[in-house]
Design a protein around this ligand. Sequence first.
Ligand code: IMP
Ligand code: MG
Length: 185
Amino acid sequence: MKTKEDYIEKVLYSEEEIAARCKELSDKISADYKDISKPLLTVGILNGAVIFYTDLVRRLSIPVHFDFMIASSYDANTHTSGKVNILKNLDNDPRGRDILLIEDIIDSGTTMNYLVNYFKDKGANSVKVCALLDKPSRRKVDVNVDYTGFEVPDEFIVGYGLDFAQHYRNLPYLGILKRSVYSGK
Ligand code: IMP
Ligand code: MG
């Protein structure tokens, strides 16, 4: 059996630190949308955002509707392909809705830039972005991230929903993946 030490270089944020930050973000979002006329359409980007999504939305004090998308600019490795595919679209009509896109991490920005423009084109009333993690040093496309959990360095991060080739999503903390796991050295 492999232990954490075999694949995690360093724990970046513990369960407790993530929970505290989620609470701060939820409080801010609830305050910002307190006068909303229709429930906020909270859109989780599957699969990476699912754990963050559930922790965040359960703390919101405003009315919300759940929805999910699968959009991917990534292959099963650490290199972005630069192209966005929508593999699962919303169940709700985005027209006239206030949409909060909830994502695990903004890296090149390709995915979020595409989705924000996509929903604006579809006639959403407003589109905002909430990302657990932001890696600004990797940005290739401009994105306005309205709510950020933590800014992280240019390292490959796993846990709390984030994967490497579908592994490590269920780790309760956020950690830097050892380079030896993906470089083969
Ligand atoms: P972007 O379109 O380049 O911003 O890519 C965002 C997506 O890339 C995220 O939703 C993740 O699925 C993936 N990704 C980027 N960096 C990491 C990382 O450090 N760990 C795990 N997934 C990542
Ligand atoms: Mg993702």
